[in-house]
Design a protein around this ligand. Structure first.
Ligand code: SF4
Ligand code: SF4
Length: 279
């Protein structure tokens, strides 16, 4: 079994509790206006447009496919910044065994692994097997997901998943659709079901400057999850939108001020979240 892996970070302190190896998969089912890594959205279609722009000759076309030489690549970003298809040629189709070998190299310095993206749940079968093997090594398993697929209702997946860090990008259906291109029905269903199962570890909302829908999202998320927070340690991470790496209209959006963030934090501080963090 193989999955498209964009990159792996051997050691991270920001993708769940403790030190973790993080596996970033390529491909996403959302198309968020404020996406900071739009090159992770689609799979490369081998159009070849980025090949001549590589300054170190790390890209070439072989039998109609773009091949990326990671030994030559200096990660200048020219290929994915200029890709018209929100893709990158620097993706490795990897087996579970290859990823596990990399993870083993990081032991005993890590507490667990986290899968992210793109959207990791698109690689559901791969993750089930990866998590099974990680657990047999004594490692914890976390998903970082947009919640667009019914992950919380997938018993086999949940059986090997310790927790989920879930994005709630918008509680208003039209705002969410406009922002991401997808409905938020499943996201909200996942949030409640994960909390009910004790598998929700963190909620993340990107806050837009002076946007009433951001405020509404934070308030509604607090209200929806409040009944489950007494028995669960759920962190709410309020993330300031930053106009870095974004495309289109989002390039002109501004960052919310600290005052706005503190007000949102106050709005949910009595709901029972384990921590409310502004980042
Ligand atoms: S990121 Fe790597 S492959 Fe892409 S253009 Fe730069 S050096 Fe070449
Ligand atoms: S990364 Fe983009 S520009 Fe490069 S070959 Fe693939 S689709 Fe074309």
């Amino acid at each position: 079994m193989k999955a498209p892996v964009n990159h792996i970070i051997d050691s991270s302190f920001i993708d769940g509790p403790g030190n973790r190896t993080v596996i970033f998969f390529q491909g996403c089912n959302f198309n968020c206006k404020y996406c900071h890594n739009p090159e992770t959205i689609n799979l490369c279609i081998n159009c070849g447009q980025c090949v001549p722009g590589c300054p170190v000759g790390a890209l070439e076309i072989v039998d109609g496919k773009v091949e990326w030489d990671d030994m030559k690549c200096v990660d200048c970003g020219a290929c994915y910044r200029n890709c018209p298809y929100s893709a990158t040629p620097s993706v490795k189709e990897s087996t579970v065994e290859e990823v596990i070998e990399r993870v083993k190299g990081n032991m005993p310095f890590i507490r667990g692994i986290t899968v992210s993206g793109g959207e990791c749940s698109l690689q559901r079968d791969f993750i089930v097997e990866l998590f099974r093997q990680a657990k047999s090594l004594g490692l914890g398993t976390l998903m970082d997901s947009n919640g667009g697929l019914p992950i919380a209702f997938d018993e086999e997946l949940m059986a090997v998943t310790d927790g989920v860090m879930l994005d709630i990008k918008g509680s208003d259906p039209f705002f969410h659709l406009e922002l991401t291109g997808r409905s938020n029905d499943m996201v909200l269903n996942n949030a409640v079901e994960l909390a009910r199962q004790g598998k929700l570890t963190e909620i993340r909302t990107v806050v837009l400057s002076n946007n009433p829908f951001s405020r509404q999202t934070v308030v509604n998320t607090g209200n929806i999850l409040e009944p489950y927070l007494k028995d669960n340690k759920v962190t709410y991470r309020l993330i300031k939108f930053r106009p870095i790496g974004v495309r289109g209209e989002a390039e002109h959006w501004t960052m919310p001020g600290q005052e706005q963030m503190e007000e949102l934090k106050k709005l949910v501080s009595d709901k029972g979240f384990f921590k409310v963090i502004i980042t």
